[in-house]
Design a protein around this ligand. Structure first.
Ligand SMILES: NC(=O)CCC(=O)C(=O)O
Length: 282
């Protein structure tokens, strides 16, 4: 650990502990086009996460966790108004008194299909939703899905969190604008395949360092068509250090975060004070 990091850690103690500190990322394969089977699979893993000795405050799932990239049939598979997914995620959150970020699901609204993240608090109440705004052409998302048109922050147990889905992390403007809206935590749901592991890790770390915020990324494993997904779900602190990182196997990636570190890092290197936004406009 660097001297600077030790400094930041020792200045800690007086701040109120946030409602969120223990995080569990559910890293699993996804069965293509089988929402019911995926719900069963994820429920088993989520149950495993909440029954561990270190019960998590927040559980995060990957992108399109109940259908995978079944884009050819997504119009039929998509959940009308996300109702079934909402009920299922909310029930789990309430039953276990845990915050749940339901990765993302294919949600049908007004005849269009969106790639939508759903968030619930410990009472099972929906905190909000975010529909992916940058669709990934390499996987032909733009041919089957409609992009969302709003960036979103959520109040997650007293801390502001921003949402991003997979390809979104290639757009530093999004993470920066979420940080400017108060986000201290960026939650990323993903289906990110080989051979771009280096991009995934570097981009997540860059978003954490440049915005001095926690970045939590949950990625799937397994294969789908010609894509092979590497997992490596990660929790990264606002100093860019890795708190937890998975390998390529199924499992729960757990780690503890201390949200007061965000302010300490931002005070140590005042990036948000030193910005020159008027010079960045094109
Ligand atoms: N599901 C996605 O958005 C994949 C993004 C991706 O793989 C990338 O390289 O970007």
């Amino acid at each position: 650990m660097t001297d600077q990091k030790i400094n930041l850690l020792t200045n800690s103690s007086f701040e109120r502990k946030a409602d969120i500190s223990r995080i569990a990322l559910v890293q699993s394969d996804i069965i293509l086009g089988e929402p019911k089977k995926n719900r069963e699979k994820f429920e088993r893993l989520m149950e495993q996460a909440v029954s561990s000795a270190e019960k998590p405050d927040l559980i995060v799932l990957p992108e399109l966790w109940n259908t995978g990239y079944a884009l050819q049939t997504i119009d039929k598979l998509a959940d009308p108004e996300g109702e079934e997914s909402r009920t299922w995620l909310s029930t789990f959150a309430k039953r276990h008194g845990v915050y749940v970020v339901g990765g993302s699901v294919a949600e049908k609204r007004s005849g269009k299909v969106y790639n939508t993240m759903l968030l619930f608090n410990r009472l099972g109440e929906e905190l909000g939703s975010y529909s992916k705004i940058h669709l990934f052409r390499l996987m032909e998302e733009e041919k089957h899905l409609t992009p969302g048109d709003q960036k979103v922050t959520f109040d997650l147990g007293g801390v502001t969190a921003g949402a991003a889905i997979c390809y979104d992390i290639r757009f530093p403007e999004l993470a920066r604008s979420l940080a400017l809206k108060g986000a201290k935590l960026l939650i990323v749901a993903a289906e990110w395949p080989h051979p771009r592991l280096h991009h995934w890790r570097t981009l997540l770390m860059a978003r954490a360092i440049e915005n001095q915020m926690y970045v939590i990324g949950c990625n799937r494993i397994g294969t789908s068509g010609s894509d092979s997904f590497f997992g490596h779900s990660m929790i990264i602190d606002p100093w860019g250090e890795i708190v937890a990182e998975g390998g390529e196997e199924e499992g729960i990636i757990s780690g503890e975060i201390d949200l007061s570190l965000v302010d300490r890092v931002r005070n140590q290197i005042p990036v948000f004070t030193d910005r020159r936004p008027s010079l960045y406009e094109l």
